[in-house]
Design a protein around this ligand. Sequence first.
Ligand SMILES: [Zn+2]
Length: 146
Amino acid sequence: MEDRTYDMVDEEQCRCLLEEAKKARLRAYAPYSGYQVGAALLTKNGRVYGGCNIENASYGAAICAERVAVVRAIAEGETDFVALAVVADSPEPGSPCGICRQFLAEFAPRLLLIMANLDGKVRRGNLETYLPYAFNKDYFRAEEAK
Ligand SMILES: [Zn+2]
């Protein structure tokens, strides 16, 4: 399978997405961990949806920046995603957690991930590489999916 997502996002778009993710990060609600994360999701229509992590006193109710961005896009009727930038203040570039990888794979299994930290260290990769053999609708038996 060809690696289309890399071709669809140029350096300028990557830079813009990282900037949007940084802006979104400033809106994070993370009073418990102090770990603020920002995300910016680029759709095929060229729109960008930002997201930030939102924690809760009931820890399990917290939601990551990546899923916030996706939820916002889906709610606006967008389902075709090209790239997702993630920024966190960490030694290594921010990286989507397992739940977010699974959540993203539902809509864009070959999504381009652009991960960065505040020091400007950037890592890029395809979601398929970060979540190989992702669980998806193909695992359901055809007769049960009806
Ligand atoms: Zn996550």
